[in-house]
Design a binder for this molecule. Sequence first.
Ligand SMILES: *Cc1c(COP(=O)(O)O)cnc(C)c1O
Length: 496
Amino acid sequence: METLYHSTRDAQSVMSSKQAILAGIAPDGGLYVSDQIGTVTLDVTQICAQDYHATARVVLQTLLGDYSAQEVSDCVTGAYGSQWDTPAITPLTPIGNDWLLELYHGPTCAFKDVALQMLPRLMSVARTTEGDGQNVMILTATSGDTGKAALEGFADVAGTGVTVFYPDGKVSDVQRLQMVTQRGANVAVCGIRGNFDDAQTEVKAIFADANLRARLASDGCVLSSANSINVGRLVPQVTYYFDAYAQLARTGAIKAGDQIDFCVPTGNFGDVLAGYYAKLLGLPVGQLIVASNANNVLTDFITTGTYDRRRTFHKTISPSMDILVSSNLERLVYYLSGGDCELVASYMADLASKGCYTVNADILSKLQTSFGCGFADDDATRETIRNTWAELGVLIDTHTAVGKAVVDKLPASGRQRVCLSTASPYKFCADVLAALGADVNGLDGFACMDKLEELTHTTAPSQLSGLRTASERHADVCDRAEMPAFVEAACKRVFA
Ligand SMILES: *Cc1c(COP(=O)(O)O)cnc(C)c1O
């Protein structure tokens, strides 16, 4: 059955899921949502009896109904293959009395791989059946992590290319190597003399440059982004909530039908929103706990009903959660409002003009029924890393530790609790080492990796340690003014 999507701010123009994935964001600035979510529920007993791939197929088919069964199956097989270091894809392991859902076993060792291994494949299929024959060049400015996940996801995917700009000298050694060693005939990587904001601002200017876009179009190329608000990034994340439940049932800790809680280290609200979608699809979820770092705008929102981004931005040791405007929250507000586009549009207009909005009492009450919240600053995060290692023998990264710190402060719910683990501790070696009390002064990325292995008798994932011997393929560094020409040249080369 076709799944119809429309903007959170306007229900009038509807489109298929393939079109929504190609478009990314709605022309009115809204996010694509479907009113069909929740009209069918999945059979939890059946899900408990099947593997990750089977569950991924059911979830995708339900939320992206206009993809054929064959298309879905091909995408799932391609996205969750041998590039993952475990056939379980997202294994569930014990952490004290709770559970850790390890989302970092993909090619870049962070949870964004779950979505970014899938999105390119969904786009590639949509392009052949819905597109106008144009090739798609994904254009990204990165402060470190997203760029690599996009490169890995789009590498050698037919009809697509990916160009990534990073601030030269301002990403970690390991992050730079992850990007400059990237393989694939359709990838382009370039350092910028400047900071992340320079790169980001110029990327936005390139998207807005009508002349450049026209020249690219005449060469058969459109620019697109792999932003986390794309439906094709959100939907794949629903799978692991169901699969976590299935894994938990197989341990005997729950039986099908029992409610469980999830705690989610949150930035842009994509990950935890996928948990809410799972709940709408019939997964027995007690609470979804939204864990924030010092940028605790969501803690305040869930507590008071007022979203207020007018506050100091904190740079923390969990950088992927350093966000003051959580874009995907707009989708949640849409669903909690009962699908009131006008109301959502008015809140978003308030956010844009005044920097804040307050939801009505009905929305607040529904919000507090489904969601718990809390935050942890850097000191609490470090303490949690140290204690979790010392007392439970489990090594966690800085983002996961924010979630664990929040869960530890909450009263027991009487339900099993699953903490989502969003990155390998080896991806944030220096901060994890420092939290364990080691002196990291003067150590480069690989020295930190060695020291963390030595100290904890754990092993760095080969995706990261293998970078030591990988050859560098992308030496380009340019000035901001040269970025448009770099993109044009990349399109010419990739789609020649
Ligand atoms: C992106 C990211 C997050 C935040 O996820 P959202 O979907 O933006 O809420 C948390 N941890 C890590 C390691 C990430 O890369």
